[in-house]
Design a protein around this ligand. Sequence first.
Ligand SMILES: C[S@@+](CC[C@H](N)C(=O)[O-])C[C@H]1O[C@@H](n2cnc3c(N)ncnc32)[C@H](O)[C@@H]1O
Length: 257
Amino acid sequence: MRKIHVIGIGAGDPEQLTLQAVRALRATDVFFVLDKGEVKADLVRLRRDMLDAHVEPGTYRVVEARDPERDRAAGGSAYSPAVGDWRSARGEIYQRLISKELGEDESGAFLVWGDPALYDSTLGILEEILARGEVAFTYDVVPGISSVSALVARHRTGLNRVAGPVQITTGRRLAEGLPEGVDDVVVMLDAHQAFRRYADQDIDIYWGAYIGTPDEILVSGPLAEAGPRIERIRAEARERKGWIMDTYLLRRDPGRS
Ligand SMILES: C[S@@+](CC[C@H](N)C(=O)[O-])C[C@H]1O[C@@H](n2cnc3c(N)ncnc32)[C@H](O)[C@@H]1O
């Protein structure tokens, strides 16, 4: 039976590949790489470099496919249907890759940034393909170092305060309000700097872009002061590279341990 490895490859630093991930890379016959176009070419290259560094040349194939475009303009109630359409378009591509590019007894792999369990649709898509019943395979998941872990490590801070909770959320949700009952909030997928509206509160921010890559940028400090600096640096970096990936931790009442 076909076998799929879903391999978390860390936030961008090749040294954050775990030994388990390297073992799974070496046990793979076909790597599926989804390309999102020119601006994400850097990320495709980074994956290829990881393979060059850890897997014997000539022992595997790489199959590239074009990632479907997502309707990022869709907001509000249109957001979920837009994500749903994009997921099913992705599902069709994944199913075709698995059924057409992978032999009956071969192993394929999807290389996932950070950890496959965090804001990534690969596992959900594989379950949907299995539910359709048109192609059979088994799959396993190799955890990876998430951009969340990489962010706080680079800032030399923890995610939570003593025995306190921490919440991981999206920029879209943060724009609706700070979550109740939690003072440490990690924000991902924020294209609009939702932290802006909280600049009048006693909050520290720990921000990182391109974490783990040679382009890494880190900024931290009180939100009122660091926020405008981050907005400027972020806009410049995005202009220069054509894309950006950033994550941040907001810490309310930062004087408390
Ligand atoms: C689709 S999610 C994938 C998250 C990933 N599975 C993880 O565990 O980090 C993409 C978001 O992850 C964050 N991200 C991923 N890699 C990053 C990096 N190297 N530096 C900063 N943020 C990153 C950004 O918030 C980005 O919008």
